[in-house]
Design a protein around this ligand. Sequence first.
Ligand SMILES: NC(=O)c1ccc[n+]([C@@H]2O[C@H](COP(=O)([O-])OP(=O)(O)OC[C@H]3O[C@@H](n4cnc5c(N)ncnc54)[C@H](O)[C@@H]3O)[C@@H](O)[C@H]2O)c1
Length: 253
Amino acid sequence: MRLKDKVALITGAGSGIGRQTALLFSREGAAIVAVDVNEKAAQETVGMIKNAIAVKADVSKAADAENMVAQAEKKFGKLHIVFNNAGIMHGKDDDAVSTPEDVWDLTMDINAKGVFLGCKYGIPAVKRAGGGSIINTASFVARLGAATPQVAYTASKGAVLAMTRELAVIHARQNIRINALSPGPLKTELLMNFLNTEEKKQRRLVHVPMGRFGEAEEMAKAALFLASDDSSYMTGAEFLVDGGITAAYVTPE
Ligand SMILES: NC(=O)c1ccc[n+]([C@@H]2O[C@H](COP(=O)([O-])OP(=O)(O)OC[C@H]3O[C@@H](n4cnc5c(N)ncnc54)[C@H](O)[C@@H]3O)[C@@H](O)[C@H]2O)c1
């Protein structure tokens, strides 16, 4: 078991990557703090595993972020792993001309500020535990421009990458490693709701060398690598798990 006696807080644990990571980390021995703005979904995740609590939190709200960390320490005494994974992709997120200002603000608040707040309150707790691993979910879109734009989402994920590097450098000598996980396009609700026709799905798949969407379980395995001592010499890095999309210039027929 790679996370024996560890305590892991996972945001967005009610669905997709967060839920699959909660299940895998639990199988690897960790106690789980399953955080989601959708309390029912977080509780469903907790119902699937042992030694876990659900905490309702909107990661874009400082009081909620502070409380989720406090709940983790109250229940389990320590916090070693923080997976800042909650994120949204708004249906009205488009190019700069078309994207409404409130969609920009909401996306940045959850995807970028949410990671900042998770670090603001999570890092001191991990320090109190003697060290650990912080993982921030970015995305392959932070590296590539797309003609089917989501400018707020893309900018928010660029912010996650930049923030991750800087915080990793600051905390490198405190036994706290901080890395970003950049998934490729996945078969989760978030993307399937956005690519809501077969034509849109195929338009995206054309760019993926492997020719398929990734699975949330595949991201959970990558998160496990970053959370565990298997990645002990890794900090400030971006772990791209993307079916080859960022390596592609021309994809196979
Ligand atoms: N699905 C993809 O193709 C893909 C690709 C790259 C990156 N990502 C990123 O991976 C992360 C997880 O995505 P997913 O595909 O598992 O999505 P998902 O929609 O399946 O799950 C996201 C979860 O986050 C929760 N959430 C949303 N806003 C929240 C908030 N303010 N506070 C707390 N919880 C909140 C939702 O309730 C949901 O349970 C996101 O950061 C997303 O941007 C996804």
